[in-house]
Write a protein that binds this ligand. Structure first.
Ligand SMILES: [Zn+2]
Length: 182
């Protein structure tokens, strides 16, 4: 018992020291912390804003940013006046193709795509849900021909908000929650 008692205070001391060490970091000027937490601005590239927070990583997937060599910043759960909580994805050194913009519209119908040049927004594009979605979404019907033969998928947008799409081949209706990007 006596040994244990001796050991415990030592541990506590260590804990206290650790906490103290952390406190040093916290006590740096607020401005510095703000700078650190802020997503860094990009010189050239694309900023996709107003993404529903749960779709931010889908956008990352759509743009295949895991393999992107430039700077990629992802922020989620940011406050937004228009859509509640939002996500932002910043991609350095990359412009988007129309196809990529259309894909983003499927998971983030209110997104804005900002084209950045020289740290400035050169162009702001509001995404638009396309009427026809070609080869972007996987059909959720396992017996659909697109899941069994080498045929690109094709969907018609039945409703834009919330998104409802219909498979051209098997006529399966899919909602936002069924959508899996190819
Ligand atoms: Zn189908």
């Amino acid at each position: 018992m006596a040994k244990r008692k001796k050991k415990t205070p030592k541990k506590d001391k260590r804990k206290q020291e650790k906490i103290k060490a952390n406190k040093v970091t916290v006590s740096t000027p607020k401005e510095d912390i703000k700078k650190e937490l802020k997503i860094s601005a990009i010189e050239e590239g694309t900023v996709i804003d107003h993404i529903p927070t749960d779709a931010a990583f889908k956008v990352v997937e759509i743009l295949d940013l895991e393999n992107h060599k430039g700077v990629v910043s992802i922020a989620t759960n940011l406050q937004s006046k228009s859509i509640g909580k939002k996500g932002i994805v910043k991609v350095g050194g990359k412009g988007l193709t129309q196809e990529e913009v259309n894909k983003i519209a499927i998971v983030a119908p209110d997104a804005t795509v900002n084209i950045i040049k020289n740290y400035d927004v050169k162009e702001k594009i509001k995404v638009r849900t396309p009427d026809v979605i070609d080869n972007v979404v996987k059909c959720s019907n396992p017996v659909c021909i697109t899941n069994n033969e080498q045929i690109p998928t094709k969907f018609y947008v039945v409703k834009k908000d919330p998104l409802k799409i219909k498979c051209h081949y098997c006529e399966r209706i899919m909602g936002k929650e069924d959508i899996e990007i190819i």
